[in-house]
Write a protein that binds this ligand. Structure first.
Ligand code: HEM
Length: 466
């Protein structure tokens, strides 16, 4: 470990910086840039360097051979969901990514958007005037069902979906927190560990059932599970065994559900705090609601941060334009202020220079989007909710690495387009049907050390149909 990195204040023996991260992960990781471009924090007993400058973060994200997946976060992820595409080391990654990529092909998005629209409409029509909704769990259920239906073309019954929702929630709640707990304590047969183990066993069993049902089904359905089952290595040999397929399925469910639910929850929270932005968005989404009750497949493609951002690793220029650009900007701004993936780790596989410092092999790094997203020299008035900062004319000056809510390089989120579209569909559908206002009893502080950054309890009162 370099001796010259600035050390973040507030670390404790054993638990490291768990306490300030629990109190406010965004503020804590966002404040690190004020200390330096490369700042040392303690993830439990492990020292980790946080790149706070966009150039350094970009180097870490894009040189994925040297800055490999590893360190305390991915050690816990692997122990939980195995060695799927999101957690496997560089040596296995290209093969896995090639095998799952067809399921995320742009051309499939129209079909996915249809399912997203149906689930969003089902959620909105289940609400009643005057009802108070705890928004995150509701969105999480919709996102998990969407992932199941889009990626696995399955008709999982409601009881199974609900069971899986609870299992995924339990796992996601604990994976990050476990970084701060010594391994021995995680094996003690206390209730919190038993809940975790049971959730994992239940989920594995549900996924095995899903895969077995699929194998009995009628051939290639053109979705992720079909492509995984028929996957062969480049030389035509091999393929994925059931355990590997289970890991990929688990990865998709874990990666693709709470991230979307958290994004939309934060967007609703921010809009509630900014009535002008809410009014402007309601104007934009009003039109689709008048035209049809059923969500349209051409519904929101987010007006993503422009592809012509200089060197920015942002969505491609050939994506179709949306008819709901403001919705896309609100989602992007929510992702900047509250990135659901707020902490990931890397480990160096060889000695490397970063920001003028030599890091030995085995150095742990932490990728925290807020460390860059909240820098005043990268984003003007970084604490302000300003969706229009994503207007094309205002994004031209942004450096690469300025917006990393989806990561970057070869390990960039495989579901970025999927996640942005689904978030926009959910937000637009809900706001085109209902007026939503924060209700008493909300606690919008982030859940302490949750894997996805999400509000503890966002209660919204459902008001007269829009
Ligand atoms: C708004 C929603 C989402 C956000 C903010 C998000 C964020 C991220 C981030 C930051 C990473 C990179 C982690 C790292 O570098 O260590 C990632 C990876 C990944 N995400 Fe997402 N994600 C979202 C939605 C989804 C969805 C919907 C899916 C699938 C249905 C998905 C599947 C994946 C996969 C498979 C990876 C691993 C990619 C690889 O290593 O090749 N994500 N995501």
């Amino acid at each position: 470990m370099t001796r010259t990195a600035v050390v973040a204040p507030g670390g404790w023996p054993v638990i490291g910086h768990a306490w300030p991260m629990m109190r406010d992960p965004v503020r804590f990781t966002g404040s690190l840039a004020g200390l330096g471009d490369l700042v040392e924090v303690r993830l439990g007993p492990v020292r980790a360097l946080v790149p706070c400058h966009p150039d350094l973060l970009w180097q870490v994200l894009t040189d994925d051979r040297v800055f490999d997946k590893g360190g305390p976060f991915f050690d816990r992820v692997r122990a939980t969901i195995g060695n799927g595409v999101g957690s496997c080391p560089h040596a296995q990654h290209r093969r896995q990514r090639r095998l799952i990529q067809p399921a995320f092909h742009h051309a499939r998005l129209a079909r996915y958007a249809e399912v997203m629209g149906q689930e969003a409409a089902a959620l909105a029509s289940g609400w009643r005037d005057g009802q108070v909704v705890d928004v995150y769990p509701a969105l999480f259920g919709a996102a998990l069902r969407t992932a199941l239906r889009c990626l696995f073309t399955t008709r999982a019954d409601d009881a199974a979906v609900d069971r899986m929702r609870r299992s995924v929630e339990t796992l996601l709640h604990q994976i990050t927190a476990r970084m701060f707990v010594p391994g021995l304590l995680q094996r003690l047969p206390v209730p919190v560990n038993r809940r975790f183990d049971r959730a994992l066993a239940d989920l594995r069993r549900d996924i095995d059932t899903l895969v077995a049902d699929y194998r009995r089904g009628d051939g290639d359905r053109g979705d992720l599970l079909s492509s995984l089952l028929s996957a062969r290595d480049e030389d035509g040999s091999g393929g994925l065994d059931d355990a590997e397929i289970g890991d990929q399925v688990l990865t998709m469910l874990v990666a693709g559900s709470d991230s979307v639910a958290a994004t939309v929850s934060w967007a609703l929270h921010l809009l509630d705090r900014h009535p002008d932005a809410m009014a402007a968005l309601r104007d934009e989404v009003a039109e689709p609601a008048r035209r049809t009750d059923l969500p349209r497949t051409d519904l929101p493609r987010a007006d993503l941060p422009r592809a012509d951002l200089p060197r920015a690793d942002l969505p491609r220029a050939d994506l179709p334009r949306t008819d709901l650009p403001r919705t896309g900007r609100v989602i992007t701004e929510a992702l900047r202020l509250y990135p659901p993936g707020w902490l990931f780790t890397r480990i160096t596989t060889e000695e490397v220079e970063l920001g003028g410092r030599r890091l030995p092999a085995g150095t742990t790094l932490a990728f925290c989007p807020s460390a860059v997203h909240l820098r005043p020299d990268v984003h003007d008035r970084p604490d302000a909710f300003d969706p229009d900062r994503w207007l094309p004319e205002r994004t031209r000056h942004l450096p690469r690495g300025a917006f990393v809510a989806f990561g970057g390089g070869a390990r960039k989120c495989a579901g970025q387009e999927f996640g942005l579209t689904e978030s926009s569909v959910l937000l637009a559908t809900l706001l085109s049907r209902w007026r939503l206002r924060a209700a008493a009893g909300s606690d919008t502080r982030p859940v302490a050390l949750s894997t996805a950054l999400r509000p503890r309890r966002l209660l919204l009162e459902v008001g007269g149909a829009a």
